[in-house]
Design a protein around this ligand. Structure first.
Ligand code: HEC
Length: 371
């Protein structure tokens, strides 16, 4: 295994661990197959219907388009007249905004009707990524236009008032003091404590509100958590959660294996022992193999399958290969073209548990004795 393969495997393992599928993590090839085959559509991951995601993405893209449109016309005006024109809203913008509003209101309606789960519009992941790409390009255009506007209005004094930098700055300052409640450096004297250790003094600042209230929230959260998990036992604790996930994983693997018989190969073929598999194997054997190997496996045209002697190897994977590839020159067909690998596995499991039929009823042993 080279280092890239190792890295890929480790990543897959971690991904499986993080998605909570410990069991899947142990079955790397299947993890690979599952993650390739049934990666959940993005709208499902986001918990939205495809219609809703379509509406949101379309709305957002239209909004960006509207911004680009209005910025482009503003930029044009600025560059052309460098005067009043900028304040005029272009009709195009209005039309786009109206369209935008319309999209959202229909979106809201659709969501109300179907409780958010309808999928009127299919929205495949490829389209989602196409939208994202377009949006990124639009945002880049917006930033570019913003650069032009900023560069060209710096020399247009009358326009400056429009943007009210001051008000914005005040807002920022107020927000900051709300977050930290810090005392401005000029007034620090008022909160200076009266001790002094070799020139090291201490301020008596208040706790930053964001921190203090965050702390209160954790306390409230802890109480809720305690009652939810420990007192009323509504939520599953780790162990129960782990067991559910293991069971889910096991079910998923079983489902996946059932749906993908091609995953069974000579390297991983297993001897099935459950009654269902054996009776399935028996039915397949009676229908396809009994004519040459006799119903109980004693052998006729084909060799005795109940003894421990094998012409082509007696271990699971050799017998699997013999049945799949056949021995065409001796009259034994390659069954892989007629049976999926899971059926070959069932037939094989059936053969392996047949009772020994000695000669003269059964055919003489052929080949070598298996260990
Ligand atoms: C048309 C007759 C015919 C049918 C049908 C047939 N086989 Fe065979 N089979 C043979 C012959 C002949 C051989 C011996 C090949 C050789 O001598 O190398 C053989 C060999 C085998 C062997 C290898 C035995 C050994 O000693 O290595 C297995 C296992 C086997 N068959 C299983 C099956 C199974 C399972 C089926 C049904 C899915 C089946 N066969 C259907 C004719 C048949």
């Amino acid at each position: 295994m080279n280092s890239i393969e190792k890295l890929t495997k480790a990543t897959l393992f971690l991904a499986a661990l993080f998605t909570g599928n410990l069991l899947l993590a142990q079955e790397e090839p299947i993890v690979e197959a599952i993650s390739a085959a049934q990666s959940t559509p993005i709208h499902v991951q986001l918990g939205l219907s495809s219609t809703m995601l379509f509406i949101i993405m379309t709305g957002f893209t239209l909004l960006l388009l509207a911004v680009v449109w209005s910025m482009a016309s503003s930029t044009k005006n600025i560059l052309k007249y460098k005067q009043d024109q900028v304040r005029k809203k272009s009709n195009g913008t209005k039309a786009l905004l109206a369209l935008f509003a319309l999209t959202f209101s229909t979106g809201a309606m659709a969501a109300e009707e179907g409780g958010g789960s309808t999928s009127l519009v299919p929205f495949p992941d490829s389209i989602f990524w196409a939208y994202i790409t377009v949006d990124i390009v639009l945002i880049m255009i917006i930033l570019y236009l913003a650069g032009i506007v900023k560069g060209s209005i710096s020399d247009m004094i009358p326009l400056r008032g429009m943007f009210k930098w001051k008000r914005w700055k005040n807002l920022k300052a107020r927000w900051k003091s709300m977050l930290t409640k810090s005392v401005p450096i000029e007034e620090e004297g008022s909160i200076l404590l009266d001790h002094d250790y070799d020139g090291i003094t201490e301020l008596d600042n208040e706790l930053p509100p964001w921190w203090k209230y965050g702390f209160y929230i954790t306390i409230v959260w802890a109480v809720g958590y305690f009652f939810y998990y420990q007192v009323f036992e509504i939520g599953d604790l780790q162990e129960a959660e782990y067991l559910t996930q293991m069971a889910d994983g096991e079910r998923e693997i079983a489902e996946y294996k059932a749906a993908h018989p091609e995953l069974i190969t000579a390297d991983n073929v297993e001897l099935l022992t459950d009654a269902g598999a054996i009776s399935e194997g028996r039915a397949l054997y009676d229908q396809n193999c009994a004519s040459c190997h006799e119903p109980a496996g004693a052998g006729k045209t084909g060799p005795n399958l109940t003894d421990d002697y094998w012409l082509h190897g007696g271990d699971l994977s050799s017998v699997f290969v013999t049945i799949s590839e056949g021995v065409p020159e001796k009259g034994m067909a390659a069954w892989k073209t007629k049976m999926p690998a899971n059926e070959i596995q069932a037939v094989l499991s059936y053969i392996f548990q047949l009772d020994y039929i000695a000669p003269p009823t059964g055919r003489e042993p052929q080949g070598e004795l298996a260990e």
